[in-house]
Design a protein around this ligand. Structure first.
Ligand SMILES: Nc1ncnc2c1ncn2[C@@H]1O[C@H](COP(=O)(O)OP(=O)(O)OP(=O)(O)O)[C@@H](O)[C@H]1O
Length: 481
């Protein structure tokens, strides 16, 4: 026997009618029992409770990710600088003397709204001061590196768009920032700054005019350097394949004024890489050094200038320094920074934390450097910056005076330059004085003549001193006998 339980239309209608009657009855009863004010109060309470259930998601983008910088933060800063002009009423602007444009940034707690594929996204900038008590080590409060400030962006949007924001919007911001950087060609110079007892990087836009075209150096060496840089950039896969960190070291050596710093500037301008100028004399501990290196970004040049003159540079056997008389002596107790620490960290942990790193070390005296620093893998290319050559001189004349052709004074000047040790810096300085070609070359001829006389006098003096020395030696030999 089959029993059919499906309700008939008339029974459904009857049930609905009785339910409606019950609701109306209940409503009438409630209206009579509960006063109108109390009802309103309950309603508003329910509504405000519903409002507190969050429908938004927020992403926090901090300036630092542990020890290293946060690429998303940097990208956001650049991306938003293109958005905030029209959107907010409190802006921070700044401009360095050498910059063409001023930079626009968020002021504290300002918000800006961006629309991406119909999604509304709100950016907020937050700046917090953090108070941190110094680490006291051996009674020395000097050695710690602290950030007394915390900066971050809050990115808020409806939480139903979370995946889209993470998968599409954040990569979009990174890409926009990269193309903005490439378009604007902003190269930064980061230098060490010491605030009270902490050391950190400060940065400014780098506007050094030196390029490979303005550099007076051996033509072949210049070509080799450019080719080496090009090759380095294209070898990402190669470095990965052979299991080596994607970094390259250059040693620039030569007398003062031969263009070592100018070559670094030319490299940075050519590659569009930021420069980190590591002044070793400011660093007292290996730990500070490590922290600073970890805060350098990819696609950058780490520069250690005048390594032989870095008086605080210790040797590999332990912390040493050079005293006022040029004698090596152990460093004071609070100084715990050594060349081995520097080399090990640069070879090891640091290089595996980033890509496209270039290290440039300059020195006036290559022989004074520890051979461990010079070996391939650390300093892959040794570049000799020489005194001025004939070709170098012509390039300087073309750069400074705009003269491409021949001049009757050239032969005389070039002969002098070849027979004496003249630096590009000295000639550049002379050519800078006067714009007119004839007068400027005349001035240079005079300068070279004076230089020749000075050299001859120095030589005569040296000969005289040697003679006196020899006579004294002979006299003392006689006495000994
Ligand atoms: N090879 C060069 N080509 C063009 N200009 C040069 C060259 N060398 C030096 N100069 C000029 O001399 C100035 C000083 O040179 P630079 O600082 O690059 O020399 P350096 O070798 O780094 O000297 P130091 O060893 O004293 O640091 C530069 O600003 C530039 O104007």
């Amino acid at each position: 026997m089959v029993v059919n339980f499906s309700p008939s239309p008339s029974s459904i209608f009857a049930a609905y009618a009785s339910l409606s009657a019950f609701v109306m009855l209940l409503q009438t009863m409630l209206n009579q029992v509960i006063p109108r004010q109390v009802q309103n109060y309950i309603w508003s309470f329910i509504q405000s409770y519903l409002r507190t259930i969050p429908s938004n998601a927020t992403i926090i983008i901090e300036e630092r990710d542990g020890m290293s910088g946060n690429e998303v933060y940097d990208a956001a800063e650049i991306y938003l600088s293109t958005k905030i002009r029209e959107n907010i009423d409190r802006l921070k602007i700044s401009k360095c003397h050498k910059d063409n444009d001023f930079s626009v940034k968020f002021a504290q707690c300002q918000k800006v709204v961006d629309i991406f594929e119909g999604i509304e996204l709100e950016w907020k900038f937050v700046y917090e001061e953090r108070k941190k008590s110094p680490n006291v080590i051996d009674g020395d409060t000097n050695h710690y590196l602290s950030m007394s400030e915390k900066k971050y962006f809050e990115l808020s949007f409806h939480k139903k768009h979370k995946d889209k924001v993470l998968d599409l919007y954040v990569p979009f911001v990174l890409e926009k920032a990269n193309s903005f950087r490439a378009e604007k060609k902003i190269v930064k110079l980061h230098t060490l700054s010491c605030h009270l007892s902490s050391i950190t990087w400060d940065s400014i836009n780098f506007r050094h005019p030196s390029t490979f075209n303005t550099l007076a150096m051996d033509t072949k060496i210049k070509k080799d350097v450019i080719a080496d840089l090009e090759k380095f950039l294209q070898r990402k896969e190669f470095y990965k394949k052979v299991g080596k960190a994607w970094k390259r070291g250059y040693l620039l050596y030569g007398p003062p004024g031969t263009g070592k710093s100018s070559l670094i500037a030319a490299m940075a301008n050519y590659l569009k890489f930021d420069i980190y100028d590591l002044e070793l004399t400011n660093i007292r501990h290996d730990s500070d050094f490590r922290k600073l290196l970890l805060r350098t970004s990819n696609r950058s040049i780490l520069v250690i200038e005048d390594m032989d003159c870095s008086v605080e540079l210790p040797n590999r056997n332990g912390p040493m320094c050079v005293d006022g008389l040029g004698q090596a002596r152990p460093r004071d107790n609070h100084t715990q920074f050594s060349l081995s620490g520097l080399l090990n960290f640069m070879d090891g942990l640091w290089s595996s934390c980033g890509d496209e790193r270039i290290v440039v070390v300059t020195t006036n005296n290559k022989d004074k450097l520890d051979p461990a620093l010079l070996r391939p893998g650390r300093m892959d290319m040794h570049i000799h910056m020489s005194y001025l050559t004939r070709d170098g001189f012509k390039l300087l004349v073309s750069t400074y005076l705009g003269n491409q052709g021949y001049h009757e004074r050239f032969e005389e000047i070039e002969e002098s330059i070849e027979s004496m040790k003249i630096t590009p810096a000295e000639v550049a300085e002379e050519l800078l004085k006067i714009d007119d070609l004839d007068t400027s070359l005349e001035g240079l001829v005079n300068f070279l003549q004076c230089r020749r006389i000075e050299n001859n006098m120095t030589k005569d003096k040296e000969i005289e001193e040697n003679e006196v020395h020899n006579v004294k030696r002979l006299a003392s030999d006689d006495t000994d006998i």
